[in-house]
Design a protein. Sequence first.
Length: 486
Amino acid sequence: MGRALLPGLGASLGFGIAFGYLLTPGPLALAAAGAALLVAAGRRSVVALWAAAFALGLGLPVQETLPSHYDFQLPNLYEVTGRVLDVPEPRAKNTSFTLFLDTLAVNLLAYVPQEPRVGPGDRVKLVGRWGLPQPEAWRESLARRGTYGLFWADEVEVLAGGRPGLVRWASRARQDLLSHLDKALAPREASLFAGLLLGARGRLPDDEQEAFRIAGVAHVLALSGLHVGILAAGGWWLLGLARIRPAWRYLILVPSVGFYVLVGGARVSLIRAAIMFAILGLFWLLWERGWVLRKWLDPLQGLALAAIVVLAVWPWSALESGFQMSFLATAGILVLLRSWTGSELRARLPGWARRPADILAVTLCAQAGAVPIIGTVFGYVSPYGVLANVLLVPWTGLLLWGGVLFIVLAALPVSLPLGFVAEVVLVGPYLTVVRWLSSLPGASLPVGPGFGAWCLFASLGILLLRTVLEETNSRPGPVPHRASRA
């Protein structure tokens, strides 16, 4: 039960928040959370603690209702001024960011021309028109974050620059990195590297993004633990070549990962990966000093702690498909992969076959965790997703470090054939494989609206059956009777 404490708290908090948006119980939920917490403290009950987390989740959502006159004012907006709240997101034809209006005290998702550049904290004036987000699910998602509409700007003017800060610096660094890619590579290659390395997937054409989705590898375009892991592993290896101790490597890499989170737009999947990596680094430092035992390390606890932190800061994440897929895919790997790594089948494999088999096992575990959300959100699953991930995930690692190398070389005052290498060796074949996989017969398999619920109940049934079997096997058998000697 001890290993299940934090995961249970994270799951209870998440389900509580989801039901809270539907039921909106208000202060009653907080009172129930306090009562359950007293019971948990008095009886030392883990289940009561989970109930307290669920009740707390019920009380976290706050449903904001806009004044009725906003229904008339918002559609009639043609010129607005306000402040940029987040890191601008570059797209194929424009740039998007969240704008806090000066006059109505409401947030809008603004789409503006790519020039002039804007950054977090800038005060800007936009000329254009207001728009209603479609479909309704997206409109509800934006409303949960406090954003109540779109604004399509034809003109943008920066009235005042924002205050210097870490987020503003990271935004400027991101724009400079994108500029280096655009300078060194052709538009198609630069857009793919921008999506894979910096999370600017909006620069990719719609048909290419759809090909990634149908092939079952859309997650490589969404910055997550996969990208952090590949870049951190490469950084670990490079620091190892310099004979730097593991503890010092963590001290170097943890802040680097934090900076990458900011440059990537502080997405939930990146924050989750950064928290887990920071926990791993802290554990290693404590282990080197003899304060903890190495066997105490449990990545599942790190994942649960990351989920609790994200849900506490951004409760609306519980209903976001990106949060759900990120955490469920990682949980699938952490929970299911043990059955493979300790299996006799893996032990019998020759050394050259283990690495491909491990990649296949990791892919299957991640797909098992994420497929309920994928089917529910997109209405189909990708039967070739496993094959696509086995082929493209290692290739994506090469592209990530290739993008880093291209950015470095593009900054040098020499002319190098970077465009030819990117097009012929890396990007061209990569996109060809993605399009080929997405064009195969049966590449997208439609599923019904109850697919996610069916998968949830099936998973609960499997976990219940596994628990019963483990308890049955752990019971001591009958003690054999020994006949007494006469």
